[in-house]
Ligand binder design. Structure first.
Ligand code: R2B
Ligand code: URA
Length: 289
């Protein structure tokens, strides 16, 4: 982990963003993995699953607690794993990454892997497939993330750690009933116009054929899915030298339509697929620690 050399704990007693006190830093020592998901509820659920499946803790006797006082992000710890919520979009992801990375740094962690587990819209791939991301792209199909530091525009390369992505891929059993693919991802600015959906409250472009051309262009770059946080995450983690990747299940094939038509039960099962791909990896990684 390589972060801002100007940082000093004493300047940051509040650890802004997570509303933690410097006295509570000992709760964050010896962390190996940070699993990031959009919602607080899913982070709590995942913490329970990790307790049960990785640490064999009887679920009747364990309830993970949120370690932050922040209303924006929740953080649950189980063993050496943190389950953290990041909200929606690159902007909230970036705020969370600064906050959690400072905490982990001040708590003395140097070798931590970050993995986002999420949902996405597939491009020319059947719903329910799981993509492990290597490179992330802007909606302009450029392989970097733009940070506006006031009036200064900085383009940060947005590749995840290919070696980590490959380890996650190789940790999967052969008999999964869905596809797991190493590929690239577009981080869009929103769910509707940002992904050229025609079912938003505002109309998308008239000429639908341009969208098809874009999807084809994207697939030629090895892009399989759209979501909304991966370019901030890959750029931040590459700069901070934190091995990171994303595991995202696809909820729809955008060549077939905009609406997510699966039942609530099916969507819940899809979301579990991304979590179980992550768990297969974490189990293996923790054996080797
Ligand atoms: C995937 O799904 C969410 C939008 O519905 C967003 O957070 C993302 O990246
Ligand atoms: N999340 C997205 O950002 N897009 C989708 O199509 C599905 C989930």
């Amino acid at each position: 982990m390589r972060i801002n050399s100007r940082l000093k704990l004493e300047q940051d007693s509040f650890l802004l963003g997570l509303e933690l006190d410097a006295d509570t830093l000992q709760m964050f020592t010896n962390i190996t993995h940070v699993l990031l998901q959009g919602s607080a509820e899913r982070s709590l659920e995942l913490a329970k699953v990790i307790a049960k499946e990785i640490y064999q803790i009887d679920e009747r006797f364990f309830m993970p607690i949120n370690l932050t006082a922040s209303s924006n992000f929740n953080v649950y710890r189980v063993g050496s794993v943190l389950c953290v919520s990041h909200g929606m979009g690159n902007v909230t992801m970036e705020c969370l990454l600064h906050a959690i990375t400072k905490v982990l740094h001040f708590a003395g962690n140097n070798h931590v892997e970050y993995i986002r587990i999420g949902t996405s819209g597939g491009i020319d791939i059947s719903a329910g497939s799981v993509i492990i991301t290597q490179k992330t792209y802007m909606p302009t199909l450029e392989n970097y993330y733009v940070i506006n530091e006031l009036d200064k525009t900085i383009c940060v390369p947005s590749n995840f750690d290919f070696a980590l992505a490959t380890r996650v891929y190789n940790a999967q059993p052969n008999n999964l009933k869905y596809s797991v693919i190493l590929g690239n991802t577009i981080a869009a600015d929103d769910f509707y116009l940002g992904q050229c959906r025609y079912d938003g409250a505002m109309p998308a472009r008239e000429d639908k054929s341009q969208r098809t051309e874009y999807f084809i262009k994207a697939r030629n770059l090895g892009i399989y899915n759209f979501e909304m946080e991966s370019s901030a995450m890959s750029a931040f983690c590459a700069q901070a030298q934190i091995p990171a990747t994303m595991i995202a299940v696809t909820l729809v094939n955008r060549f077939d339509g905009d609406q997510i038509t699966s039942s609530v039960e099916q969507l819940a099962e899809y979301a579990k697929r991304a979590q179980s791909v992550a768990l297969n990896y974490i189990k293996q990684a923790l054996i080797n620690v």
